[in-house]
Write a protein that binds this ligand. Structure first.
Ligand code: ATP
Ligand code: MG
Length: 243
């Protein structure tokens, strides 16, 4: 990105694109991930590329839910790691939750590349999918999980999730917090809490929210969260002509 001046009106969007392209070059992100990113970009454009009050409320509720879980786990894929590797490592430290690799397009090589990228960004340990534990209600590669990670988790933070797996995790009785710019996706509609915001903006805010909760030992009760109402607010924002 050395050829793009920081004054460029789309600098931030171009910087994020560059991070995804680097992810593909490093073998971290799949080529399909570029398409998923494009869809995210389109929704972000419609949302004015900023964090709205419905996202702030979701982040607050997510901080409460995750801090109160007995065994929270952070599930990562190639897109998220390319965009926010350092923030994921920080989140894992603040929350005391392991990072676990879980990708849709099966590739041992890419799983290892994702692990390597996280270690490079300061992670001590990264859990890997295994054949020792599988999720119910799902047939794709994403059913293979770590016995001490997603399999055992009562709450999972899984940004840019796939609708199928989100449904499977919910059917297994687990709480799911996701980040998804599309308030209409199956993931958004199935998760316990959906943060409709760009993961690049949402993660630092979630970390901050957890740090603010820490003095209370995470014990402070969060207000009840109506996910469907928050999705409706996000959809309204997209449809409103003056946004
Ligand atoms: P679903 O299975 O939930 O119906 P999908 O299969 O249509 O969704 P996927 O390709 O699985 O969608 O995932 C891409 C999702 O991630 C899209 O909803 C897209 O808006 C969202 N997304 C992409 N990039 C980002 C980002 N940087 N921040 C937040 N969300 C993003
Ligand atoms: Mg999907």
């Amino acid at each position: 990105m050395t050829d793009v001046p920081t004054s460029h009106p789309r600098y931030e969007s171009l910087r994020i694109r560059d991070a995804i392209v680097t992810g593909v070059k490093r073998g971290v992100t799949s080529e399909h991930g570029l398409i998923a990113h494009g869809r995210g970009e389109a929704y972000d454009y419609l949302l004015g590329e900023r964090t709205h009050p419905f996202a702030v409320a979701a982040i607050d509720a997510a901080a409460h839910l995750l801090s109160q879980a007995s065994h929270p786990v952070i599930s990562v894929n190639g897109n998220v790691v390319a965009l926010v590797a350092a923030d994921l490592v920080r989140l894992s430290e603040v929350l005391g939750a392991p990072l676990e690799v879980n990708i849709f397009h099966a590739s041992k090589q890419r799983e290892q590349a994702i692990r390597g990228y996280l270690l490079e960004h300061g992670a001590d340990e990264v859990l890997m999918p295994s054949t020792d534990a599988t999720l119910d209600f799902i047939d794709s590669n994403r059913k293979f999980v770590h016995p001490q990670g997603i399999h055992k988790a009562d709450a999972i933070f899984v940004p840019l999730e796939d609708g199928d797996r989100c449904q499977a995790l919910r059917r297994m009785g687990k709480a799911v917090v996701t980040v998804d710019l599309n308030p209409m996706s199956r993931t958004s509609r199935t998760a316990s809490i959906t943060i409709v915001d760009n993961v690049v903006r949402a993660l630092p805010l979630l970390i901050q929210g957890l740090e603010n909760l820490a003095p209370y030992g995470g014990a402070k009760q969060g207000a009840a969260f109506d996910n469907i109402a928050h999705l409706a607010a996000a959809e309204q924002e997209i449809r409103s002509p003056d946004s």
